[in-house]
Ligand binder design. Structure first.
Ligand code: HEC
Length: 158
């Protein structure tokens, strides 16, 4: 009996060891969040550009443009967080240098910045409408010398 108990316990510990590193960073999605991934290939980039105006008080998007309250966001898709030179990022953002701004990461961050990167200095409520967020991220993608490939995956598991 004890043997079976020990074995089950060991299995649980082993399973957690595999599962936890995957989810350690991935805070569970907040209520109301839906993945934009299935919408990206058909997103409306013109609307995305309009949506980006809410970011414009704090961010510039063109190549070589300077910083405002926030860093320049040229070529942000797949970039390493907290890397724009000369910008005083928060420790929370600097601690993410082993991550990338994948489509999923941007999707989660832009829905609710503080739930995805607690202690970020980006004081912004978030873009709650899934279609608007998809259009915005599809437009952000175009702001690059070499736009990142669109995700192949049609449905997010998250
Ligand atoms: C009130 C000002 C403000 C607004 C509005 C704002 N941001 Fe930010 N943003 C910031 C600040 C400040 C940072 C740096 C955060 C840190 O260091 O924690 C930041 C960081 C970011 C980053 C990470 C950049 C990097 O290089 O790692 C992204 C991506 C981003 N913002 C996207 C957006 C988008 C897209 C919008 C509009 C939907 C937006 N932000 C609206 C202030 C703002």
């Amino acid at each position: 009996m004890t043997k079976i108990y020990c074995f089950s316990l060991a299995m649980i510990v082993i399973t957690m060891a595999f599962v936890l590193p995957v989810y350690a960073d991935d805070v569970p999605p907040p209520a109301g969040w839906e993945s934009v991934i299935p919408l990206l290939s058909t997103a409306d980039v013109n609307n995305g550009q309009k949506v980006s105006h809410v970011c414009g008080s704090c961010h510039t998007f063109d190549k070589g443009d300077g910083q405002k309250l926030g860093p320049n966001l040229y070529s942000i898709v797949n970039k390493t967080p907290g890397q724009t030179e000369g910008f005083p990022f928060s420790d929370a953002m600097k601690a993410r240098q082993d991550k990338k701004w994948t489509y999923d990461a941007l999707d989660r961050f832009l829905f609710d910045p503080k739930s995805y990167v607690p202690d970020t200095r980006m004081n912004f409520f978030g873009i709650k409408k899934t279609q608007d967020r998809a259009d915005l991220i599809a437009w952000l993608r175009t702001q690059s010398d070499k736009p990142a490939p669109l995700p192949k995956r049609q449905k997010s598991k998250e």
